[in-house]
Write a protein of this length. Structure first.
Lengths: 208, 208
DNA sequence: CGATCAACTGGACTCGTGGTACAGTAGGTC
DNA sequence: GACCTACTGTACCACGAGTCCAGTTGATCG
């Protein structure tokens, strides 16, 4: 009965991580106090240190949680794109459309990326956390690069293209789009960038 | 003789701002202590508060300095692009090439954008600073949008394009490219994204 | 029924940091 | 000789992060 017994701990831990994530996205890691997290969750400081050995441990747990969530969402979106169209290019284009739609319907008023927040404060963290961050980006690169390779084989572009940069462009536009969206308080910026990315992909592999 | 006399103050202030900028890009604003800044510059705490009334005043001054520098660099790059080619599209494409080259030759090992750093810590700042940040993005949008409007008039694209998003894409790729470059420790990522942006612009207005 | 363990509570303590206050001073300027 | 700029020096306070450790509660297991 591991599922039902003693599960209160995992739930409290999850609530701490969720509170920490929204606070870090709003104020940064250093400005996020343990006191505010325990106040939000309703436990004491000692309770916090029962779950995390120190603040660095919290940071690492936040990243692991974030990366896992990120991976799951992306897997789901592009798997559905593939299901809707057998062709690698058109399946990818459908996936990008779904992706843009999802980004436009995010519930948060000011969505953000934890990895981006951490990368502008990376001197606060140890090597382990920075490596987790790099792994996350490489996962995006690999994921998109594999698709582009398959697509480029079936639809050879007429001129040389930097497929790696094209794969990175997805993550680049997401990170940049989140930043611009936050700065201007405009949640349409990010999905529109993804739509442009989709246009770009199509124009490279399907010239008019 | 305002230029030569009493100029030591402005110089110290500038050194404080420069030290603050590199510290903030490495650790974030909250984790940047006044003590480390005065140690780096070689003055006392009282000296710091002679130049800035409090930390918020420092933040505002940092943003103003950053935006001004940003504006000057961009003005210079694209003015040179225009000088090298009269045509609005080709002048812009030359400017983008110069821009990519400049971004590839940045002296810092881990360049970053102060505005991006601030936007992931915006709850630390007052409305005034957030507005400065938004103005900075809008300046990029306006700058690129004006060019794209002129180009679209001379080279009408065959299908509808979201010119605003295309203008924002420049800043989006710079912000995102800086983040990916930092995460992977790869300074080539950003210039390659700008090259792709250039390819995209060309393919929209000059279909093969 | 008693032992065990997860999930905490409570309290006391240290240290760094932001920020204030204020008095003093070196050196160039008018 | 008065004045101003650009500081130094010292003392002080409040707050919050983070550490440590001892104790407690309530469910579970043999």
């Amino acid at each position: 009965m591991l599922e039902t017994t003693h599960r209160k701990g995992a739930e409290t831990r999850e609530r701490l991580l969720a509170a920490a994530e929204s606070a870090v996205l709003a104020k940064g890691f250093a400005a996020t106090s343990i006191d505010e997290l325990i106040a939000a969750v309703g436990i004491t400081k000692s309770g916090f240190f029962y779950h995390f050995k120190d603040k660095a441990d919290l940071a690492k747990s936040m990243m692991l949680r974030y990366l896992e969530h990120d991976r799951a969402v992306l897997d789901d979106i592009f798997r559905r794109g593939d299901e809707l169209n057998e062709d690698p290019l058109h399946g990818f284009l459908v996936g990008l459309k779904l992706f843009a739609e999802m980004l436009g319907n995010l519930p948060e008023a000011h969505p953000g990326c934890l990895a981006a927040s951490f990368c502008y404060q990376d001197q606060l963290f140890n090597r382990e956390i920075r490596e987790l961050n790099a792994e996350g980006v490489l996962a995006w690169r690999t994921r998109f690069r594999e698709r582009l390779d398959v697509i480029a084989f079936r639809y050879p572009p007429r001129s040389e293209v930097d497929l790696e940069a094209m794969a990175d462009m997805a993550a680049t536009l997401v990170e940049g789009g989140l930043i611009l969206g936050r700065m201007l308080g405009d949640v349409t910026i990010l999905p529109r960038q993804i739509v442009l990315y989709r246009d770009f992909i199509r124009s490279v592999f399907l010239p008019a």
